[in-house]
Design a protein around this ligand. Structure first.
Ligand SMILES: Cc1cc2nc3c(=O)[nH]c(=O)nc-3n(C[C@H](O)[C@H](O)[C@H](O)COP(=O)(O)O)c2cc1C
Length: 361
């Protein structure tokens, strides 16, 4: 099998979900013996269709534009048995880079129109490859790919043989939270490529593994929102934020008390007996503006507030930066207590649980 893989995400390769999925898919195809070539459309000189109609008339099937579409891709496209179109979803559709490529397929459209009922039909002419679609979107799969899927079916009809869609795409890059799921998804993308090369089809089971839910949607969305908030606080792009997190082994450095509280709420995991016993803790942050937060764990459930509480079992006073550094594993709670940067009052015995459940030590 001869395959052509075309990607259209402008992101750096390892931070683009469509690129990562497409490259796994290509690996799987190669492993199964296919001859695979890949091109990143964002790095190619591909002009837009001028609508001149020369390809329908004077040149009969040949585009007159001189660019890398005519120099490279038309030949590769027509020689391929399968073409993989891997595009991100931008505003509900495959992106403009991919659409631009698709519009340049006009020379392959038979200029002859056929009247069918109240419709005008025009078919592709000559040899035409099978099409596989890969896409990623940050919304849920239930609605993120509707337009793209309908469009590709309308356009390619029975030539479209498989669609691999990955919703909640940003979350799979926020390693290590969904690291296990990410591995499963990438394995499934590899398997999809293998299956296609071996059997000319991709099983429903494999397609579903690629698009499987990561978690409860509320949680995935909260994680997305928290990561957005943290990257706004760090004043970095989401791509840079992900790079920083990978560098810190996924550790988050909250920059505000609000995001610290959200982080604890999102990642609080009761670990059986230890959290069966109720306890509460408050943080008092010194600085220009005094801020507080309070966590109460009852029956393994956590509630929080931005208030101070006279009933807290244990109180920790420090600068917010010190607590943020502990959460980010850049400092340890015990050391910060020893050197006086964190002052503890109340039930000292609860320090271990504060470290484990609230500061993610
Ligand atoms: C301009 C723009 C528009 C987007 N529109 C949507 C959208 O309509 N629906 C959605 O679920 N995600 C949308 N996204 C998010 C991307 O689809 C998502 O980040 C995806 O992972 C991009 O693929 P990539 O990682 O391969 O670049 C949009 C992103 C950008 C930059």
């Amino acid at each position: 099998m001869r395959a052509l893989v075309l990607t259209s995400s402008p992101k750096e390769k390892e931070y683009s979900v469509t690129q990562v999925l497409a490259s796994q898919f290509a690996k799987g195809m190669r492993e199964a013996g296919a001859d695979v070539e890949g091109y990143d459309l964002t790095r190619m000189n591909i002009k837009h269709c001028m609508g001149c109609g020369a390809c329908s008339t004077v040149t009969n099937g040949h585009c007159i534009i001189k660019d890398e579409m005519t120099e490279i891709l038309y030949t590769k496209f027509i020689e391929a048995d399968v073409v993989v179109l891997a595009s991100p979803i931008y505003f509900g559709m495959l992106n403009a880079v991919m659409k631009n490529f698709i519009e340049r397929l006009f020379p392959y459209l038979d200029p002859k129109q056929i009247a069918k009922g109240d419709m005008v039909v025009q078919n592709f002419r000559g040899p035409f490859p099978k099409i596989v679609a890969i896409s990623a979107a940050s919304w849920h799969k239930s609605h993120a790919f509707m337009q793209m899927s309908a469009y590709l079916k309308y356009l390619f009809d029975d030539k479209l043989i498989a669609e691999l869609y990955r919703g909640n795409s940003d979350a799979i890059l926020f390693s290590p939270v969904y690291a296990d799921k990410k591995d499963e998804i990438l394995e499934a993308a590899f398997k999809a490529g293998e299956e296609l090369a071996k059997t000319n089809a991709i099983s429903q089971d494999t397609i579903e593994k690629v698009s499987q839910d990561l978690d409860d949607l509320e949680k995935v969305v909260s994680l997305h929102n928290l990561n957005m908030k943290l990257s706004q606080e760090e004043k970095v792009t989401i791509q840079q934020y992900i790079k920083n997190r990978l560098h810190d082994h996924g550790r988050v450095l909250p920059k505000s008390v609000e995001s610290f509280v959200e982080y604890v709420e999102l990642f609080f995991k009761p670990k059986g007996e230890d959290t069966d016993t109720d306890f509460s803790a408050q943080f008092v942050f010194n600085g220009d503006e005094k801020k507080y937060c309070f966590f109460d764990i009852k029956n393994g459930k956590l509630t929080s507030s931005m208030e101070k509480s006279p009933t807290a079992d244990i109180t920790l006073k420090s600068s917010f930066e010190t607590i943020s550094a502990i959460v980010g594993h850049k400092a340890s709670l015990m050391e910060e207590i020893m050197n006086g940067r964190v002052i503890v009052k109340g039930k000292i015995d609860e320090l271990n649980r504060v470290g484990t459940y609230l500061l993610m030590e």
